[in-house]
Design a binder for this molecule. Structure first.
Ligand SMILES: *Cc1c(COP(=O)(O)O)cnc(C)c1O
Length: 365
């Protein structure tokens, strides 16, 4: 949601001397790192670029395997392919659809270098068992927290839990810059590599050269142009100040849905873990008995927009054809895919809006 103070911040940035690579980018990175409680944040052009940069910055390369849960947006796994490494898809927990540690362990082998944990729907992954597994095998834990900015697990904000974490600021995410993303980490080496990676692999960017009074620069690794503009970062900074209030509202809306569906036998909201403050990017329910598509259709007829997040990665045609993946490999994710529906969840919703959605679902059933 873009509000008047956001517009004012963007206008100020557009009237300044720096449209890109300037002080608003650094200020956004400072604010984001402080918000997450980490040392470094590097802002980039979108969440997928951030995933790519995180892979490169973590040293993932040819011959490496990276474990990725089946229920996620395709770009989580694609980012592994961008660096010529192999994503190995593993099953999820039945109740939360978050990565399952036993499945991740079974998917890990001698070539495995990292596990990507996805904070599906805005709920932080279960870090204790996953980090224990990773520590025992000297694997990195990388988080795709594109949906969970502002969420906490045992009092720790997402961004501060894994070795490195990615956020997306796409228009539909809790904090937006239109398109945008970031890598946050406490690891100085990862942060340095990500910074170079977003700027062609050059050792100094334009702003650094200006402030150090030198024209010197050198390309030391292969990078991309994954930069984000100053006016986008001005928007991101303005949004970040409001995210806690927005998340409080989303938790209220989720509680209203939960209470309403408690008495509806054929609608099962996903389980919220103990010790987490959920970011509720999505409100996902399971509708068993092959009736999910009917509910989707009926709601659509009434102008209520819903969606299915996500087709399991290994069932996409590209993955099936390239890697021979198929149904049966991740039964819990596949069963969920038949039943899940993401209901409307946005801060401007009223109690009456929630009641209307609930009534429409009940009527459809
Ligand atoms: C949104 C999202 C992405 C991709 O982010 P973009 O900014 O759209 O590139 C990746 N993973 C997850 C889980 C997401 O929700």
């Amino acid at each position: 949601m873009v509000e008047p103070d956001d517009l004012a911040a963007v206008e100020r940035a557009l009237g300044s001397d720096w449209l890109t690579g300037g002080p608003e980018v650094e200020a956004f990175e400072r604010d984001l790192a402080a918000y997450c409680g980490v040392s470094f944040a590097v802002a980039v052009s979108n969440g997928t670029a951030a995933l790519h940069a995180m892979m490169a910055g973590s040293g993932i390369g040819p011959g490496d395997e990276v474990v990725v849960p089946a229920i996620t947006f395709v770009s989580t796994a694609n980012a592994v392919l961008f660096e010529d490494a192999t994503p190995v898809i593993c099953d999820v927990d039945e109740e939360t659809l978050l990565i399952d540690t036993d499945a991740a362990e079974a998917a890990s082998g001698p070539r495995t270098r990292a596990i990507v944990a996805v904070d599906y729907a805005g709920q932080p992954y279960d870090s204790a068992p996953l980090h224990a597994l990773a520590a025992g095998r000297e694997l990195r834990v990388l988080a795709d927290s594109c949906q969970s900015l502002g969420a906490t697990e045992r009092g720790r904000r997402t961004g501060s839990i894994a070795d490195a974490t990615v956020f997306s600021f796409h228009a539909i995410k809790n904090v937006t810059t239109g398109e945008g993303g970031a890598v946050v980490t406490n690891d100085a080496a990862i942060a340095t590599e990500v910074r170079r990676f977003r700027n062609h692999g050059l050792t100094l960017d334009h702003h650094e050269r200006a402030s150090q009074g030198t024209w010197q620069y050198e390309m030391t690794s292969l990078g991309y142009n994954y930069r984000i503009t100053d006016f986008q970062c001005a928007l991101g900074r303005s949004q970040l100040r409001k995210v806690d209030g927005w998340l409080r509202r989303k938790r209220e809306l989720a509680a209203l849905y939960d209470a309403a569906f408690a008495s509806v036998r054929d609608v099962r909201p996903l389980k919220a873990r103990e010790d987490v403050e959920h970011a509720h990017h999505l409100y996902v329910v399971r509708i068993p008995g092959k009736r999910r598509d009917i509910v989707y259709e009926r709601l659509r007829e009434q102008g209520i927009g819903t969606n299915v997040h996500f087709r399991p990665v290994h069932l996409h045609a590209y993955y099936r054809e390239r890697f021979g993946t198929r149904a049966g490999m991740c039964p819990r994710a596949e069963a969920a895919f038949e039943e899940i529906l993401s209901l409307p969840m946005f801060t401007a919703m009223t109690e009456a809006d929630v009641a209307r959605v609930v009534a429409a679902v009940e009527q459809a059933l």
